[in-house]
Structures are given as structure tokens and as C-alpha cells.
Ligand binder design. Structure first.
Ligand code: HEC
Length: 107
């Protein structure tokens, strides 16, 4: 039992250590590891449902605002609820990196 618990704590510790430098990772890595592709497509521009948005090439500030508002609950229209739990696991710094990457992909 104790051994199992120690193992679990070790895993939690490892993932915390892994998550810490995430803001240094580039947008593509974040996009893949945070699970965005499941809904917005591997390239951010091929949504997996007709009602999901394409993300590429929009202004950085717009993307930051939308992700921030979905995370906080300020944006709460039609399909926002499916994305909100994902954003609980995305920090402000990571939002900035993702927005920059998605915006530049369209240039
Ligand atoms: C479970 C499906 C799902 C996942 C996973 C998901 N999203 Fe979304 N996302 C949506 C939906 C649905 C919307 C549109 C919500 C609405 O109808 O208002 C959306 C909206 C957005 C918007 C706003 C687009 C616009 O034009 O207003 C951005 C930006 C965005 N997502 C980025 C991301 C990023 C980055 C990730 C990964 C961290 C992610 N999403 C993960 C489903 C998802």
C-alpha cells in the first residue's frame, strides 16, 4: 500500500516537473499535449465537427481573449462548454504561446 502511494506521488511529482517549464515549449507541442487537436484538427484548421471553429490566422489578441474568456466562463455560448474543461489545464502563459503560434500559422 505504502509502496503504491509512493509510486503515485512520484508520478504526480514527475508530471508537475514536466508541466513547470511548459511556457517555454512551443505552440505546436502545447497544442498536441493539451489535446486541442481532438476538436480543432491536427493543424488547427480542420475541426472534427462542423460546429467547431477553425483557429489558424486570427489575430493574436483575439485568440488570447477567446481562450481567456472560455477559461473564466465569461464566454459561454453554444458549444463553449465542451472546451471549458480543457482550458482549466492551460495557463495564461500557455494561452499566449498557443495564440501566437495559431496566429502565425496563417501567415
Ligand atoms: C472538446 C473539444 C475541444 C477541445 C479539446 C478544444 N476546443 Fe477550442 N473550441 C471548441 C469549441 C466547440 C469552440 C467554439 C465554442 C463556441 O461554440 O462558442 C472552441 C473555441 C475555441 C477558440 C475560439 C475560436 C474563435 O474563433 O472564437 C479558440 C481560440 C480555441 N477553441 C482554442 C483551443 C485550444 C488552443 C485548445 C487546446 C488547449 C482547444 N481549443 C481545445 C472545442 C474544443
Amino acid at each position: 500500500m505504502t509502496g503504491k502511494l509512493t509510486k503515485m506521488l512520484a508520478v504526480v511529482g514527475l508530471s508537475a516537473a514536466f508541466a513547470a517549464p511548459a511556457f517555454a515549449a512551443d505552440g505546436q507541442v502545447l497544442y498536441e499535449t493539451k489535446g486541442c487537436a481532438a476538436c480543432h484538427g491536427a493543424d488547427g484548421n480542420t475541426p472534427t465537427a462542423p460546429i467547431y471553429p477553425k483557429l489558424v490566422g486570427q489575430p493574436v489578441q483575439y485568440l488570447v481573449t477567446q481562450m481567456t474568456d472560455i477559461k473564466s466562463g465569461a464566454r459561454n455560448n453554444g458549444m463553449t462548454a465542451v472546451m471549458k474543461p480543457i482550458m482549466a489545464n492551460v495557463s495564461e502563459a500557455e494561452i499566449a504561446v498557443l495564440a501566437q503560434w495559431l496566429s502565425e500559422k496563417g501567415e
